[in-house]
Design a protein around this ligand. Structure first.
Ligand code: NAG
Length: 467
């Protein structure tokens, strides 16, 4: 009796799951959900004038109700990939092909599953059409460093992370200590599914020179890196306790990062949430980021970056830079950060450049932002120095120009809420403030501004003002 009852509940749950998931897939397949995507910037003519996100195939995948749905979620014991793929599936003749890591030997038993993941990836990547790599739910897979490489034969590859991935703890397994999970040169990729990626950073953080200054400053791996991936969508993933940065977009084009949840302790070293480098056309939306370093950092070579609906804190805030380290040349342009809430962060919206650099950070809008007890809500620092020894004074600098701060309000944890520390030789140009109201939380008073080498253009109410 007991056994029958159990089986019944199990089947029932399975059905419920399947129905929920079918509904989800059905809803997200309706192109209109996405085509209304608010990506025309009528207010900001310079933003994103190129045809952004004409990648409808990223969303408009066709899945029909068929036996493969089960494989997608890892319930039914799946036939071998070849047997599966030889099936005639649906009227459209485009069956989704699911490659479940369990069918490639992943065990989720605490041993290394990276070999199985690689095999599942390779099988998916070498298949045509829409393909799925499936990581089943309610399991935790341990991975050593892995690289999922393209280019792939598939027209769309979906990495369905329903379950959890945990990082291998031994640092000796990490080679150059720069990466853990890498997606490289994969076009038309989606990573999604509600699962969690845990970097087990606790084994790395105490070895950081930021935590223990006696130790040499060595890198720790970035948890997830996308490098050279065009038409990428990452959504509904939780990232936790990265060894160092949580997720990096490097040299990618046309990226959406949606509904991400990034969590690490406020005192974890260098654990940037989302890092954007050399990447064009990226939208980061509706994400919650709590870390020990920048929530979002945008560095050289990045262009057309929009972050909206971001909740940040603890952490170091939303940052453009650092730029120009080691006398390097840096270009960042067309950045819009809007609808952000920063809570208890050390910075709110920051632009930071090293002395001695070249290049420009320009056309930047920070708009509709709420600050709660932020140490430096608005800051441009052209004197950035993240070294133990001090940085020598230098003439050249990365030019900061055309920056608008609009509709920014809230509180700072210190009296000085606005800091413009611009370069003497290359002052900040075109800095505007419009409707800014920042209060000093501790003293319950208006805050102050500290400004050098900047000329401000103000509109509407602005406080504090430079004196
Ligand atoms: C504000 O932030 C400071 C540190 O930045 C902290 O010590 C203080 O407790 C915070 N206050 C509130 C009310 O959160």
């Amino acid at each position: 009796m007991k056994r029958i009852h159990h089986t019944h509940t199990h089947t029932h749950n399975k059905m419920k799951e399947t129905i929920t998931i079918l509904l989800t897939i059905l809803l997200t397949s309706i192109p209109s959900c996405f085509s209304s995507y608010p990506f025309d910037h009528r207010d900001e003519p310079f933003m994103f004038s190129n045809a952004f996100y004409e990648t409808n195939h990223l969303h408009g995948h066709h899945i029909t109700r068929n036996s493969h749905m089960q494989n997608l979620h890892g319930y039914a014991p799946a036939p071998s990939p070849r047997a599966r793929n030889s099936h005639k599936q649906n009227r459209h003749g485009r069956p989704p092909k699911a490659f479940n890591v369990n069918n490639f030997g992943a065990k989720a038993n605490g041993n290394d599953d990276s070999g199985a993941f690689m095999k599942a990836w390779e099988a998916a990547c070498s298949s045509t059409g829409t393909v799925y790599v499936v990581v089943p739910k309610n399991r935790a897979y341990r991975l050593k460093p892995v690289k999922f490489s393209g280019p792939c034969e598939s027209s769309l590859i979906v990495f369905k992370l329903y379950g959890n991935i945990e990082a291998w703890k031994k640092s000796s397994a990490y080679g150059d200590r720069r990466h853990w999970i890498v997606f490289e040169a994969v076009d038309n990729l989606r990573v999604e599914g509600g699962g969690r990626i845990d970097g087990n950073g606790k084994v790395w953080w105490p070895k950081s020179c930021k935590i223990n200054p006696q130790l040499p400053c060595l890198r720790a791996p970035t948890a997830v890196t996308f490098v050279g991936c065009n038409n990428l969508m990452v959504s509904n993933i939780r990232l936790e306790n990265a060894q160092q940065m949580h997720m990096t977009f490097q040299d990618c084009e046309n990226v959406k990062a949606l509904h991400l949840m990034v969590t690490s302790p406020g005192n974890s070293p260098n654990t940037d949430g989302l890092h954007v480098t050399g990447t064009r056309n990226i939208l980061i939306q509706d994400s919650i980021i709590r870390t020990g370093d920048d929530c979002i950092s945008i560095v050289s070579g990045s262009e057309n970056v929009r972050a909206t609906g971001i909740t940040c804190g603890p952490g170091h805030g939303i940052s453009i830079g650092s730029l120009g380290e080691g006398n390097s040349e840096a270009y960042v342009s067309n950045v819009l950060v809007n609808k952000a809430t920063l809570i208890g962060t050390t910075n709110g919206v920051r632009i930071k450049t090293w002395q001695g650099g070249h290049g420009v950070a320009k056309n930047i809008i920070f708009q509709d932002i709420i600050m709660k007890n932020v140490t430096n809500p608005i800051i441009i620092n052209q004197d950035y120095c993240d070294r133990v020894e001090s940085c020598p004074e230098q003439k050249s600098a990365v030019q900061v120009s055309n920056v608008l701060y609009k509709n920014i309000q809230g509180t700072s944890s210190r009296p000085i809420a606005v800091k413009f520390e611009c370069s003497k030789s290359i002052p900040c140009r075109g800095i505007s403030m419009q409707n800014v109201r920042l209060f000093d939380q501790t003293r319950q008073d208006v805050s102050k501004a500290s400004c050098s080498n900047v000329r401000l253009d103000t509109r509407g109410h602005v406080s504090p003002l430079c004196t």
